[in-house]
Design a protein around this ligand. Structure first.
Ligand code: FAD
Length: 529
């Protein structure tokens, strides 16, 4: 009988495991745990230097045309996940756990380390305002934020966003800005009093990116390789997991798909199947911590209660992608020595939307030029010709709204065992962005409403809220310690428990909350046994 079993090795599962091990508890982690199985070339140096000397087909397209796999299936896929190296992250997801989606585009990962293997590592602390509707306050998360900042290595700065992003304790120096991002930031600095009066605040991102080498990991080398291979300077939770496994602090069992649990006075029995042979198997534990991601944790819970009726709410941040052009950079050479992900953050206290929005301004230097090919409204040949000149003058902003800006999607379990998710289309009113376009123009950066891309519901990949934590919990809710209503010893550690999603990437807060839940579990074990 294991003392604690954790299901899932994503950001939440790993954070929970880390906290348990610090209390002297060795959990068993059950995971599907797909790993990289294709041979992708490893690039040393800079993407653009490599391209001059090597054929890049295997790196960028993939031996099995991985980068074009969505062309054959017709699926829309976030660009980073079309990279050949990223294939294992979403590998066989529809086979392992099929979902029937309507108006929702679910992205599932059954990889060791989960979705975070592809993340942009934008890692932000929720503050009290973000935690509105949660039964906890930021002070209950702060010590875990501090621990994670040390474990991960987060870079950032004490700037105009510190009031929104929280403590700067232990932050590494910020990333070096690209040419275009630096221009935008300097223009913001010159007029920031005026911009802030209109609700616009800009600063450097908090990213899990090393700007100084540490613990054997090298610092960011501005090689633009972020889309094409795992990089030692971008933190992924798998790094912590591998460290814990090597130190013998956790038991990790992959190839296991957990279906349900049942609880008795003897403890908890977990029913699972092996992924390779679909053979039934079971595990026993005193306490079960579910961290399979908001969608799959909900599935395990519904399946354990044999409930085929309930339609659980599923939250996500509606998002826009906004191309931004800097006319003064037209015709420049592409900035071949930059960090290819988020460069700047924007917080917009918007009267038009009546809420706080958060944007990540990203470089376009890492993805393939072809990604932008159909984004311009001209003839194919003209688009192709134009991209050469326009791309070096282009940044992309991903702008998030709070989940409350649209009705939640609904998730239920069908008798066939397949999940069904019904979403609402992202129909947020773009006309409310007028002030944003005006602000950008004042920064010397242009954009237009017809170029704004509404991210399809499901593709912001911030899933939450299926089993919300409440002061007083009811069916399909958790208490403040993450314990699931109606159970004795089943805890939910991932973002399923978030009753709200503010417009802020949730990864770091989800990890900190998983540690908080694990800490409660550890205290209980150490007090009760
Ligand atoms: C391209 C991209 C960019 C992103 N950028 C950011 C960002 O910049 N900042 C940010 O905060 N977030 C970002 N995210 C979102 C972030 O990665 C996720 O919110 C987070 O990783 C979710 O972690 P999780 O542990 O809740 O679940 P997951 O990552 O989904 O992990 C689930 C784990 O559970 C296992 N599992 C699932 N079901 C079962 C089962 N039945 N039995 C056994 N094991 C199971 C899986 O194998 C996996 O290990 C991004 C995501 C993507 C894809």
């Amino acid at each position: 009988m294991h003392q604690v079993v954790i299901v899932g090795s994503g950001a939440a599962g790993v954070a929970a495991a880390l906290e348990l091990t610090e209390s002297g508890i060795k959990p068993l982690i059950l995971d599907v745990g797909h790993t990289q199985h294709t041979d992708i070339p490893r690039v040393e140096g800079n993407l653009y230097d490599y391209r001059k000397q090597h054929d890049t087909f295997d790196l960028l397209i993939g031996k099995d045309f991985q980068n074009y796999s969505n062309l054959f299936t017709g699926d829309t896929v976030p660009v980073k996940l079309t990279s050949p190296y990223a294939e294992y992250i979403t590998h066989a997801a529809q086979t392992v756990s099929p979902i029937d989606n309507e108006g929702f585009y679910a992205i599932q990962s059954f990889a060791i380390g989960g979705l975070a293997n592809a993340w942009g590592a934008g890692l932000y602390r929720y503050n009290d305002q973000d935690l509105e509707g949660f039964p906890i306050r930021a002070k209950e998360l702060n010590s875990f934020f501090d621990k994670l900042t040390q474990e991960i290595g987060i870079s950032g700065d004490e700037d105009d966003l510190a009031p929104f992003f929280g403590s700067t304790k232990s932050l590494l120096p910020p990333i070096k800005l690209s040419y275009n991002a630096n221009r935008v930031y300097q223009n913001y600095q010159r007029g920031k009093g005026r911009y802030q009066a209109h609700g616009f605040f800009m600063g450097l991102p908090r990213v899990g990116v090393l700007t100084e080498g540490r613990n054997g990991r090298s610092a960011c080398d501005y090689s633009n390789l972020e889309f094409w291979q795992e990089l030692p300077y971008i933190y992924v939770p798998k790094m912590t997991l591998e460290k814990l496994i090597t130190a013998g602090k956790v038991d990790y069992k992959k190839g296991i798909f957990v279906e349900r649990w049942s609880e008795s006075t003897e403890g908890i029995r977990i029913n699972a199947v092996t992924v390779d042979g679909n053979h039934s198997t079971s595990f026993h534990c005193k306490r079960l911590v579910l961290a399979a991601g908001a969608i799959n944790t909900a599935k395990i819970v519904l399946n354990s209660f044999q409930d085929y009726q309930t339609r659980l709410a599923l939250l996500e941040n509606p998002a826009f992608q906004i191309p931004i052009f800097l006319p003064t950079s037209f015709g420049r050479r592409l900035d071949a020595n930059s960090f290819g992900l988020v460069q700047l953050n924007l917080v917009w206290k918007s009267d038009a939307f009546n809420c706080l929005l958060q944007g990540s301004v990203m470089e376009t230097t890492s993805p393939m030029r072809g990604v932008f090919y159909d984004k311009f409204p001209l003839a194919a040949r003209t688009n192709l010709e134009l991209i050469k000149y326009i791309l070096p003058a282009t940044l992309i902003m991903q702008l998030y709204l709070p989940a409350s800006s649209q009705s939640p999607s609904r998730l239920s379990l069908q008798r066939s065992g397949r999940l069904y998710i019904q979403g609402n289309p992202n129909n947020i009113d773009i006309r409310k962005m007028r002030d944003m376009f005006r602000f950008l123009r004042m920064l010397g950066a242009w954009s237009f409403p017809f170029l704004v891309f509404r991210v399809p519901t499901g593709h912001a990949i911030h899933y939450a809220g299926t089993l919300p934590m409440r002061e007083v919990s009811g069916l399909y809710e958790c208490d403040v310690n993450g314990k699931l209503f109606g159970t004795q010893n089943v805890y939910i550690a991932d973002s399923s428990t978030f009753p709200n999603l503010p417009a802020k990437n949730m990864g770091l807060t989800s990890m900190a909350n998983a540690m908080r839940v694990a800490n409660k579990v550890a205290n209980q074990i150490n007090n009760v046994g």
